[in-house]
Design a protein around this ligand. Structure first.
Ligand code: SAM
Length: 208
């Protein structure tokens, strides 16, 4: 396993218990990203780096009884909390697995992929390649996360780095966190959130 994956797992071991409480203030942004996927009943959607499963309920609601939610999460501590959520609700249309995004084998080709606050995955060429090669041509993609402020704001980026470092192994690589995914997409749009310290983006996977 790559050292960055090991570092991420160690970091989320410390954060898992308090994650849902700390994520509450960004829940509205998660829902905005999900809305950009324009999910339809019957769709298969992949939740990339699902964490504790905070997006499961809204994704399941959007794809309906005939759809499927697939999810991958590498941290055993975060996955255990996601699994607890699944046990509480049942959710027969949900399939999730504890695996690195770099290695996961999906049981169905996704029509849509959600990258919500998964910086280390979007910076991993192996993860991006592995996930996108399993998606349907033209799959809808939506992403949100943290980024650096424009370079001329200088010291503000120290703040961005400090906020990211406890969570992300690749916290120095925050200039264009969407670019590896964007390179595989058409109609890709990026907007700014959180006063410039965040981004929200969406596009469609280019057909091979
Ligand atoms: C900030 S959390 C976001 C969780 C969830 N998407 C959300 O919106 O709350 C980032 C998650 O990505 C997971 N992660 C990081 N690198 C990963 C990788 N290479 N493969 C799978 N999961 C990974 C972490 O374990 C963590 O749970």
């Amino acid at each position: 396993m790559h050292p960055d994956n090991q570092l991420s797992i160690a970091r989320y071991r410390r954060h898992a218990a308090g994650y849902d409480a700390s994520a509450r203030r960004t829940m509205a942004l998660r829902l905005r990203t999900i809305a950009l996927l324009q999910l339809r009943p019957g769709d298969v959607v992949l939740d990339v780096g699902a964490g504790t499963g905070l997006s499961y309920a809204p994704l399941l609601q959007a794809v309906g009884a005939g759809g499927r939610v697939l999810a991958v999460e590498q941290s055993p501590d975060m996955f255990a909390l996601a699994e607890r959520r699944v046990q509480q609700h049942g959710w027969p249309q949900l399939w999730h697995i504890q695996s690195a995004a770099e290695d996961v084998q999906l049981p169905h080709a996704p029509d849509a992929l959600l990258f919500n606050y998964v910086h280390d995955i979007t910076r991993s060429p192996q993860a991006v390649t592995n996930l996108l090669r399993q998606a349907r041509p033209g799959a809808r993609i939506a992403m949100a996360g943290m980024k650096f402020f424009p370079w001329w704001t200088g010291p503000l980026n120290l703040l961005a780095w400090l906020k990211n470092r406890p969570y992300n192994a690749r916290a120095t690589d925050l200039w264009q966190p969407w670019d590896k995914v964007a390179a595989r997409c058409q109609d890709f749009h990026v907007g700014s959130t959180q006063g410039g310290m965040g981004y929200i983006a969406h596009g469609r996977l280019i057909s091979p």
